[in-house]
Design a protein around this ligand. Structure first.
Ligand code: KG4
Ligand code: ZN
Length: 339
């Protein structure tokens, strides 16, 4: 344990949320401000990168100011600044990285670049102060689907990933196809509650020779084919049944692969992360499976599952106490890998 408290200012702008947060010692949230642009992008049916960047420019300073004032601290009292530098949209990332560097330079504070995916995992450190590595993690968001072993705070072993669409992307595309709108995940989740998950037998895709990898594009095509087929036959589609059946196909595969990893590694702790970790069917299925084999399940509340800066501050804190420092050459890396 460090003798003195470390206050981290976290900054996140990788996609369509402008966010800033103040976190004490990587675990205790003093403020967590999120300015969402979802309404702006809804009319286009998805995130428009140019619009996202421009909105980040407008929002970033007010959001950072608000995070400091809600935490009741001044910039001078901050010990360290953590900013997402990838993966994400390059123009969006650049806004946060530039703001983080400028503020760190002006205030004379150390700066740490954070991998957004590592940030999603760290949401669990905030939600569950007792959680420590090693543990297994399933990271499922709009841009990523990873199955990983978190060996230590700064060391990840990716054992599986999607070969095509991310899980959240599949939810968004299917929702759009059935007219539920954007973002699709929460809408499918809601519609599925009134549907029969066994109504339509959608395929559960496996990747030959890679037990932990995922593939969702075949499932998405199966949904589109089903919609076309029903339309040609003049039959009305029950959206609730379709949502429930599609959601079952996705969450069954996610749960089965994760349980196989727990069996193989003997790990007794599992953490979920990312926007899709809010999905109610996934949470229920994982809970049941974990209860059955004696695994402790860590589920952040939905506000920490979606993009936020508290998780970035937490991941940044562990990098900071591990000695990582970034200079003024820190740049946005849109395709940044987790290693
Ligand atoms: O982590 P996140 O906020 O942003 C990324 O880093 O991508 O994840 C957003 C994704 C979107 O695809 C959204 O549709 C999905 O998470 N999502 C859900 C749910 N809530 C959000 N997917 C399924 N069920 C939900 N309840
Ligand atoms: Zn994210």
């Amino acid at each position: 344990m460090m003798e003195k408290d470390v206050l981290t200012l976290g900054i996140e702008s990788s996609c369509d949320e402008t966010a800033a947060a103040v976190v004490r010692n990587g675990r205790e949230v003093l403020s967590n401000v999120i300015s969402s642009q979802i309404d702006l992008h809804t009319v286009y049916g998805g995130v428009v990168p140019e619009i996202a960047s421009r909105k980040h420019v407008e929002n970033i300073i007010p959001v950072i100011r608000q995070s400091l004032s809600e935490a009741g601290v001044t910039l001078q009292e901050i010990d360290h600044i953590a900013v997402t530098y990838g993966p994400g949209l390059v123009g969006a990332l650049l806004v946060g990285v530039s703001a983080g560097k400028a503020i760190a330079f002006a205030a004379g504070k150390p700066l740490t670049g954070v991998n957004h995916i590592a940030g999603h995992v760290a949401a669990n450190y905030i939600a569950s102060p007792e959680l420590e590595p090693p543990f297994a993690a399933l990271i499922v968001s709009g841009g990523h689907t990873h199955l990983a072993v978190v060996e230590d705070y700064l060391s990840f072993r990716i054992v599986g990933a999607t070969r095509d669409d991310a899980a959240g992307e599949a939810f968004d595309k299917v929702a759009r196809a059935v007219g539920l709108g954007y973002p699709g995940g929460p809408k499918i989740d809601k519609a599925a509650k009134d549907g029969d998950p066994d109504a339509i037998p959608f395929p559960k895709a496996k990747v030959e020779g890679a037990a932990y990898d995922f593939s969702f594009s075949g499932l998405k095509s199966a949904v589109l084919n089903y919609l076309n087929h029903e339309k040609l036959a003049g039959r009305a589609v029950n959206t609730n049944d379709l949502a429930a059946s599609f959601q079952k196909a996705v969450t069954d595969v996610l749960t089965e692969h994760t349980m196989a990893l727990l069996r193989e590694t003997g790990l007794k702790k599992l953490a979920l992360a990312g926007g899709v970790a809010s999905n109610s069917a996934l949470r229920e299925k994982m809970k049941k499976a974990c209860d059955k084999n004696g695994t402790q399940l860590f589920l952040p509340p939905p506000i920490l599952c979606t993009d936020n800066a508290a998780m970035i501050a937490s991941a940044g804190y562990y990098a900071y106490i591990g000695g990582r420092r970034d200079g003024w050459s820190l740049n946005a890396v849109p395709g940044l890998k987790l290693s």
